[in-house]
Design a protein around this ligand. Structure first.
Ligand SMILES: CC(C)(COP(=O)(O)OP(=O)(O)OC[C@H]1O[C@@H](n2cnc3c(N)ncnc32)[C@H](O)[C@@H]1OP(=O)(O)O)[C@@H](O)C(=O)NCCC(=O)NCCS
Length: 133
């Protein structure tokens, strides 16, 4: 587990290929993610990226957890739990009062940490963005 060690764009792109909402992210997008995320948590198996999560935060009030992904052959062995726990326990986020996340079907996984659904509070504005050059 590391909250300092950053994956290379190629390593993250390979992991992103294993989750449905990240599978089509390209190298430029992955570079932007690595450059602009405020906090990155990684799990490693030797030099191989085994798991990943990232956070957007002001380090004072709010944090949003994005892209929690464990390598498909390593799932259900506690790695995802360790990654999310490490983010919630990071001393840099100790003053943050609420962590937000979006999930389509992993509510049961997040409930174990104490996350609760607030369906009436969340609004999202979306648009279709054409692929880059
Ligand atoms: C969701 C994910 C990150 C969980 O990581 P993981 O390492 O497999 O999780 P853990 O082994 O720490 O699981 C802990 C517990 O969470 C629950 N859990 C794990 N995966 C789950 C799933 N797919 N659905 C429902 N509950 C799940 C289980 O209760 C599990 O305990 P168990 O030992 O009784 O099986 C991982 O399955 C993954 O990468 N999935 C694909 C990407 C994804 O959907 N990410 C979440 C985006 S919101």
């Amino acid at each position: 587990m590391s909250l300092r060690r950053r994956p290379s764009p190629a390593q993250l792109e390979a992991l992103y290929a294993q989750a449905w909402w990240t599978a089509d992210r390209d190298r430029a997008g992955v570079r932007a993610v690595l450059k602009h995320s405020d906090l990155i948590a990684t799990a490693w198996q030797g030099r191989t990226l085994a798991g990943f999560a990232r956070v957007s935060t002001d380090f004072a009030y709010r944090a949003v957890l994005w892209d929690v992904i464990v390598r498909s052959d390593l799932r259900r062995s506690g790695l995802g739990t360790r990654i999310v726990r490490a983010v919630l326990d990071d001393p840099r986020l100790a003053g943050v009062e609420s962590f937000w996340l979006f999930t389509t079907d992993k509510q049961a996984f997040y409930r174990r940490f104490g996350f609760r659904a607030y369906p009436r509070n969340v609004m999202v504005w979306r648009r279709r963005v054409p692929p880059g050059p």
